[in-house]
Write a protein of this length. Structure first.
Length: 365
């Protein structure tokens, strides 16, 4: 009996996995055809992008596309596989041998779990790196920008032997005046803040940054010992405006560790971090959707007249539309501050998990 169940597990796992790979290819082709290729055509038309740059753009865009297809593909694979098994009465035969529905569904759920874990790692390492490479190719090779653009929330770190030595934060870099506004510099000693300098702005001139109209605080054990005002003071960083702006990352280019560090710095300056917090939580919710969609897809695949692949595909699209509509609304609510991102961003997954649990229970009866 155990041998037969193992063979059955391999059979179901293989069927779901093959359809999952097909789903990735199908959905990726749709996204690439409707989005990526259109943007590439624009780059060629507007900027005369070279073949080399266009090839890089295409390759670096793939991880960001593929990560969105994992949940969709698991849903499609679950619906089509179990719809076919139900339509050919294989599920009925398995149940007649005393195998429970939960046991039959186990291979698909296990695959959904491992896909979620893989998607989380992929979203942490491959996607941010690819997004950064994509933007660098677009900005420097295709658009040919040589002057830095104005940018919000500048963060510069100096780290020596794994210890942070200096942290500089500026609310904004203005490319027209070559200044950083709202500048704060923190110096560290053995991981603790020992020295703080605040300035209204810092100006790039004579190949160095000069702070204007500021205050110096000496800090000991978290308390300010004494302060001193200054009119001008050299900001001890070596990066030029071009280097500083180039080193700044967009949220989609950051790892989870980068996002947490950025949020911590911005909170210390009393800056709104809702957008970054939303991005941080979505790094978990989007990969976990693969498991949730499996829990939803397996029982729905057993419904009457679900052996048609076109019906399964249509149902997949409806569920995907509902989920991503909820995700978009939840993200907007989180970024607006109407609800904490830690709660709002998880709403679609909680709804999906509840629906999946109810459908699984109903299918097992």
């Amino acid at each position: 009996m155990r041998l037969r169940i193992r063979i059955l597990d391999k059979y179901i796992f293989s069927e779901v996995f093959q359809t999952f790979i097909f789903g990735i290819c199908a959905f990726s082709a749709v996204f690439i055809g409707s989005g990526t290729l259109f943007r590439i055509a624009q780059y060629i038309t507007d900027y005369g992008a070279s073949l080399s740059a266009v090839t890089k753009i295409f390759i670096f865009s793939l991880p960001g596309v593929v990560i969105w297809t994992f949940p969709m593909s698991m849903l499609l694979a679950s619906l089509l596989t179990f719809g076919r098994l139900s339509g050919t009465s294989e599920i009925t035969a398995m149940k007649s041998c005393g195998i429970s529905f939960y046991r039959i569904a186990t291979p698909a759920v296990v695959l959904g779990f491992f896909v979620s874990i893989f998607a989380m790692a992929f979203n942490e390492y491959a996607v941010p790196w690819a997004n950064e490479a994509y933007n660098n190719v677009l900005y420097y090779e295709i658009q040919g920008n040589t002057t830095p653009q104005s940018q919000e929330h500048i963060i510069i770190k100096e780290i020596d032997q794994g210890q942070i030595q200096r942290l500089v934060y500026a609310r904004r870099y203005d490319s027209e005046t070559n200044t950083m506004q709202g500048v704060t510099m923190q110096s560290f000693d053995k991981g603790k803040v020992s020295h703080v300098e605040n300035a209204e702005y810092a100006e790039w001139m004579n190949n160095e940054w000069t702070m204007h109209q500021g205050i110096i605080y000496d800090v000991s054990d978290g308390e300010t010992e004494h302060t001193m005002h200054f009119n001008t003071q050299v900001l001890p960083i070596n990066q030029s405006p071009q280097q500083i702006v180039r080193e700044q990352k967009k949220p989609e280019e950051m790892t989870i560790k980068d996002l947490k560090a950025q949020i911590e710095v911005m909170r210390s300056q009393y800056v709104n971090t809702k957008k970054l917090e939303t991005e941080l939580h979505q790094r978990f919710t989007i990969p976990l959707a693969s498991l949730i969609f499996t829990l939803v897809g397996v029982p729905l695949g057993l419904q009457p007249n679900r052996n048609s692949s076109s019906a399964g595909f249509a149902l997949s699209l409806i569920i995907i539309f509902v989920y991503y509509s909820l995700m978009t609304m939840a993200g907007a609510i989180a970024q607006s501050g109407a609800m904490e991102p830690a709660y709002a961003v998880w709403i679609p997954n909680l709804v999906g998990m509840a629906a999946g649990a109810w459908l699984m229970y109903r299918a097992s009866r």
